[in-house]
Design a protein around this ligand. Sequence first.
Ligand code: TYM
Length: 343
Amino acid sequence: MTAAKFSHRVFSGIQPSGNLTLGNYLGALRRFVEMQEEGIETLYCMVDLHAITVWQDPARLRASTRELAAAFMACGLDPKRSILFNQSQVAGHAQLAWVFNCVARMGWMGRMTQWKEKTAGKNAEAESLGLFAYPSLMAADILLYHATHVPVGEDQKQHIELTRDIAAKFNHDYGVDFFPITEPVIEGAATRVMSLRDGTKKMSKSDPSDMSRINLTDDADAIASKIRKARTDPEPLPDAFSALAERPEARNLVNIYAALAGEAPEKVVEDFAGKPFSEFKPALADLAVAHLAPITTRMKGLLADPAEIDRILGEGADKASAIAEPILDRTFEIVGFVRSRSR
Ligand code: TYM
């Protein structure tokens, strides 16, 4: 089964659960903007239902959702061209997730690397049921809109594969060709930005060390200091990117530079061949500041008017609902639910 009969539609989401990192920016947000610029129909969601799979302070969650909406727009997402909304304002996400909870198997969820990572060394029995079923809600996010393409970082690949499995099992169980088999879009030099302290770990907003990541809201001094203190090895840069295979920290910095500069990592290594990190790091810091400072400034401006952000999210939710409702109605019909209310 192919996605051929479905029109090209992009969906992606980010959790409003704390500061956005350079990883979120390079792996996701920047790609979101590029897809908007390509003129494709794009829906981008602040996934607050996903956020509460672990404890969130209610006031902080509301603030983080508005901050995330401001970050989306500050990075270049335009509410006139992309549908921007928060997940909990469109009831269909939770409704379709329930249907998918009954299609997906427990074993599928138990095999998810993120579930295993999040529960490693902990008592899994004490985690929320929502955290276990998290990928099923993610499948609902995507399939509620018959989205054909999902731009994400490398860490979400397995969840998109599961979304495909859920779509295929639903189609098979009910003998329909209703849900598309969605394609992940994982492209570019920065699909997996690593921690600045440990080149084998993903840069993450939940890492206890703030020095491990660049936050979108860091000022120029903080960015420069984090890059200066980023872990590297004592060797200078080689003359070929392939020579960085066993040097994860160095490779990560080169990849970040390449992604920010819009160049191939091979070209970056050629340009800095034989140079020490004491020379490469300030160049990288300048590049990061040049990219992020205008975003931070725009974000602050947007956050000065939270009522306008709420208005935009409300409007986005209305537009998203208009796409979702017929798809959800048809799903309920396929499943065999009686649909007799007049609305
Ligand atoms: P989240 O909120 O953890 O991350 C948002 C996006 O940022 C990407 N990302 C990275 N990319 C490169 N390097 C990194 N270090 C890095 N860290 C994060 C993630 O891959 C993601 O694309 N489950 C999702 C949210 C979600 C979703 C969806 C995504 C919910 N429903 C439907 C796509 C479609 C998540 O927790 O992303």
